[in-house]
Design a protein around this ligand. Sequence first.
Ligand code: RP5
Length: 179
Amino acid sequence: MAAKKPDAKRAKAPAKSKGKPLVGIIMGSQSDWPTMRHAADALDALGVPYEARIVSAHRTPERMFDYAKSAKGRGLKIIIAGAGGAAHLPGMTASLTPLPVFGVPVQSKALSGEDSLLSIVQMPGGIPVGTLAIGEAGAKNAGLLAAAVLALSDEALAKRLDAYRAKQTDSVGLSPEER
Ligand code: RP5
């Protein structure tokens, strides 16, 4: 039997990390996971425990309500919410929890994620959603941003974040090379 491609295997594995989750990664659909897993990767790289769940504002509104209402009591500190199209999940979640919510606009087929971006970023004053860039970069940065917030009260994590950034800096060559 042919070996499974790593990506195919990864897509089927329930996403989890070791330890009591501090960050909740939620997304409107399974189709958002290839984007949102970049948030999980960033948290994995920094040793931040998280959970990942599919929570749709319009397909599973009661799940969204229960998730947001119980998040703080379960020990989560930050929620990263990704959605595409009429992306109301981050804003609705933010309205239901006192936790900080970072929104990731998932790149949609119809409008390349501009719809997602505007839906998430244009929150009326009163209920904030910290909105990241469209797509994978936004998901990765949401994970890094969550880690930076948690690092304010976790010195060991702060050191890991410093090391992550130093490694990134060291990886940048001075001159471009032929590929
Ligand atoms: C949104 O609709 C999801 O966040 C997703 O980005 C988009 C499309 O969902 P699927 O039709 O692929 O399930 O709710």
